[in-house]
Design a protein around this ligand. Structure first.
Ligand SMILES: Nc1ncnc2c1ncn2[C@@H]1O[C@H](COP(=O)(O)OP(=O)(O)OP(=O)(O)O)[C@@H](O)[C@H]1O
Length: 246
């Protein structure tokens, strides 16, 4: 039986007195590649922050089968935030340094890095197809390449679950599919469970296994085959747009 990595039951959240998440319930199981889809302001980032333990909601959450409050293994969850790749070309760090900093985060700045650090940096970079760029300056890379480096930085501490907030922002259309293919490979070949947030209605669906459609409440949760049965009209309605005549 597959393990349940994230369990949300009747989760609600208010900023001050404003309800932004209402009665959210779904599970993420080992091996899933879940896209949380919804328009701007629908509560996607808030939901990720709850899963990461940064906000405390009402309701019940279990991580890796343990109640949220007693969960001790934050390192099992890798996170790449929305603005992680906002560098300019003068930023003075190499790809190697950026990926390695995923380890210093864990061992502390002045503690010794593990002996096999360089192998781990290489392995993490090759998992995202960026090993050839190890000595390049991070600021000289494209948005998509920087995003891959940040995923490598999250992978270096060998998480079981990778959480990505809008990872395709700043990646041009022609590279989005290969970016998703890379994530699909991490999911299938490296058995990494992935939760990804996107406001993009045209999420490339061939790599994703499950979809949660969020707009304050969960309007849909199911596997990708079920999601693909939903009409475009319905999806646009959920977004709050009318469908244009084609
Ligand atoms: N720190 C905060 N304080 C008060 N309200 C907030 C805060 N952060 C977000 N909100 C509000 O909560 C709602 C949900 O925001 P959230 O960022 O979770 O949405 P989102 O779906 O991730 O949006 P986007 O796609 O634009 O990133 C929005 O109405 C937003 O204005």
């Amino acid at each position: 039986m597959k393990k349940t990595f994230v369990e949300l039951q009747n989760v609600s959240f208010k900023y001050n007195s404003r309800l932004v998440l209402d009665d959210i319930s779904f599970n993420v199981n080992e091996g899933d590649f879940l896209a949380i889809v919804g328009p701007n302001g629908s509560g996607k980032s808030t939901l990720l922050k709850i899963i990461l333990g940064l906000l405390k909601p009402k309701g019940e959450i279990k991580l890796f089968g343990e109640p949220f409050t007693s969960f001790q293994h934050r390192e099992w969850i890798g996170y790449v935030s929305q603005k992680s790749n906002a560098f300019n070309s003068a930023f003075p760090a190499t790809v190697k340094e950026v990926v390695q900093s995923g380890l210093t985060k864990k061992v502390g700045l002045f503690k010794k890095l593990p002996k096999d650090t360089i192998k781990r940096v290489n392995d993490a970079l090759s998992a995202v197809g960026m090993d050839k760029f190890i000595n390049r300056n991070i600021g000289e890379l494209s948005g998509g390449q920087q995003q891959r480096v940040f995923i490598a930085r999250a992978l270096i501490s060998e998480p079981k679950l990778l959480v990505l907030d809008e990872p395709t922002v700043g990646i041009d259309m022609k590279n989005v599919q290969s970016f998703y293919d890379m994530l699909g490979e991490l999911n299938k070949k490296h058995n990494l469970t992935i939760i990804l947030v996107t406001h993009d209605i045209e999420t490339p669906s061939n790599q994703i296994s499950h979809v949660a459609f969020l707009n304050g409440r969960i309007l849909f949760y199911g596997d990708i085959e079920q999601y693909n049965q939903i009409s475009k009209e319905q999806i646009y309605k959920w977004y709050g747009h009318s469908v244009r005549a084609m």
